[in-house]
Design a protein around this ligand. Structure first.
Ligand code: ADP
Length: 558
């Protein structure tokens, strides 16, 4: 057997797959974008690294040039020996102003300070550590940074030689010249302007640099006399490209996420609105056989409306079939009851006829007895005839072959005729009998005289049959271009719940009392069929033990 899945699990799984897929798309996009971002960041950073490194080198060029050029000079060699302060004042101290230095110092070959001078802003002294002289054993030019309480200084130093030794390597050092520049705020501002970034000096360095959101940081070590970093210089540059890139990445991810949410929303809405909800309703309606619900479902769009329509048709067909079945069963039941009833009805007058016919042949009957027997035989024959007529009429109605015989006749004559026909019978039971005529005696109507006669006779026969005292009245009046007839009595009445049913075939108002009142239960259904054939309507008002009034209308002219 194939496995069955609920619609929830199918749609749910599909939903999860789609959402996962879209989420992965969003995440991958985000990842790729941040990778690109990193690449741009790294590129920008290495560019800034190169720029700052080159700049530091560049700013040292003049200093090294000065230190180198001044130190192969015979006069300086001699002055280191003579220690003439005036000479130094004129020739060495002036370096500070000429080359925008902050400090100069001259040492003799035994590392003794002979001369030093400082710019007023730096006010430095004894800047050079002794350990630095070791470096001159291998080189004739050294450079280093040194931090003092006055600030950070960059120092270049060179060994002093006669003019004949421009490369500083033919003669031993006659002394040492140091030039130095203080990295003060002005200088840092210059660096900042040149690199287009903000520049700060740091004494320590953190492991992880806290770069701003869109800034690139480059840090350069400033090496001291011991070969270890004496300080760090940090260049921070804002990147508008990065900022824009970040923003566009954010926008893309935002757009994707919103699309994802909208997709989810739309998907869920569509699935619920057009998929699951109608299906749930459909199942509920089928379980409850709710044809009203089916009709509602018809108004839903998609294929469900078609399904709803088919089901509604199916249910109405089913209901029709059920009704037909019920009616068939009912009519079957009624027919059996009718047969029993009819055979009883026929047997009674038949017995009368047979019995009294046999009595008639007895010898020695008096004239009176003979008349009485013949009357009984006649009555029984009439009763038989009436039953047979009812049966014939109902079969004519069933075959749809009622034939109308229209003619113009005086309505009041017909009423009088019916009145005369019942007068003896009804008044004989001490019941008052009246009739009302709503038009002049000359008034003529167009209708089927025999049918109208049969209708009135039927209704009055019932009135007479079910009334034991009081009044029976019948008549008609003109109401809205039609004749409204009535037959009222003060008889046993009909309970409310049976009033509709008495017009049905073989129906008696109270099936329990039928044994007291002879009748086939066909009279009213024949009457109703005649009235409807004549384009009229029949209804009744009745209260048990008070009486009944049957109304019917006939159009004045057919
Ligand atoms: P039936 O031959 O049994 O009289 P009808 O079709 O003429 O058949 O009437 C159907 C049933 O309606 C009757 O059995 C009776 O119970 C009820 N009925 C008809 N007319 C009256 C009436 N005037 N008063 C009380 N019950 C009536």
């Amino acid at each position: 057997m194939r496995k069955r899945y609920s619609i929830y699990s199918v749609f749910g799984t599909l939903f999860v797959i789609v959402i996962s897929f879209l989420t992965i798309v969003v995440l991958v996009t985000y990842y790729m974008k941040s990778q690109e971002y990193k690449l741009i960041l790294d590129g920008d950073k290495s560019q800034l690294d190169q720029e700052s490194e080159a700049l530091i080198k560049l700013t040292g060029n003049t200093m090294s040039q000065v230190a180198w050029d001044y130190t192969y000079w015979d006069e300086l060699v001699l002055s280191v020996e003579s220690k003439d302060p005036e000479w130094f004042e004129h020739n060495i101290t002036t370096i500070i102003t000429s080359f925008r230095m902050d400090y100069v110092a001259v040492y003799n070959k035994s590392y003794k300070l002979i001369h030093e001078a400082s710019s007023p802003s730096a006010s430095a002294s004894s800047l050079i550590p002794e350990s630095i002289f070791d470096l001159f054993k291998e080189r004739s030019l050294v450079s280093f940074f040194i931090k003092t309480d006055k600030g950070l200084f960059r120092v270049f130093g060179a060994t002093i030689h006669p003019t004949s030794d421009p490369l500083h390597n033919q003669t031993p050092a006659s002394g040492y010249l140091f030039v130095s520049k203080k990295w003060d705020d002005d200088f840092l501002n210059e660096l900042s302007t040149l690199t287009g970034s903000s520049v700060i000096l740091r004494d320590t360095i953190k492991d992880k640099q806290d770069s701003g959101k869109y800034s690139i940081i480059s840090i350069q070590e400033l090496i001291g006399s011991q070969g270890r970093p004496e300080a760090w210089i940090e260049f921070t540059r804002e990147s508008s490209v990065l900022k824009r890139y970040r923003e566009s990445t954010f926008n893309i991810v935002l757009l994707l996420s919103v699309s994802l949410l909208v997709t989810i929303g739309l998907y869920m809405f569509a699935v619920m609105r057009w998929g699951i909800n109608p299906l749930k309703r459909l199942i509920r309606y089928i379980e409850k056989e709710d044809s009203e619900g089916m009709r509602n479902l018809k108004s839903a769009s998609t294929e469900y409306s078609k399904v709803g329509m088919l089901l509604a048709d199916h249910f109405s067909q089913k209901e029709e079939l059920m009704n037909a079945k019920r009616m068939a069963e009912e009519s079957d039941r009624l027919k059996s009851a009718f047969l029993a009833n009819v055979s009883h009805e026929i047997r009674t007058p038949m017995n009368g006829i047979m019995g009294f016919a046999a009595l008639l042949s007895e010898p020695g009957l008096t004239e009176e007895e003979r008349k009485e027997y013949i009357q009984i035989i006649e009555e029984s024959g009439n009763r038989m005839l009436s039953i047979i007529n009812d049966l014939i009429n109902i079969s004519i109605i069933d075959a749809g072959q009622i034939k109308l015989n229209l003619s113009q006749f005086k309505i009041n004559e017909l009423i009088s005729h019916v009145y005369d026909f019942f007068k003896l019978e009804i008044e004989g039971k001490a019941i008052k009998f009246k009739c009302n005529k709503g038009l002049d005696d000359d008034s003529v109507i167009l209708s089927d005289r025999d049918k109208l006669y049969a209708i009135l006779v039927n209704l009055l026969k019932n009135a007479s049959k079910y009334t034991h005292s009081g009044t029976i009245e019948f008549g008609y009046s003109l109401v809205d271009k039609s004749l409204k007839f009535y037959v009222s009595d003060t008889g046993i009445g009909i309970p409310k719940d049976r009033q509709e049913a008495v017009f049905g075939r073989f129906i008696q108002a109270d099936e329990n009392i039928s044994k007291y009142y002879e009748g086939t239960g066909l009279g009213l259904s024949i009457t109703k069929a005649y009235i409807e054939e004549l384009n009229g309507d029949i209804w009744l008002e009745s209260e048990p033990n008070k009486g009944s009034t049957f109304f019917f209308t006939l159009p004045l002219n057919l």
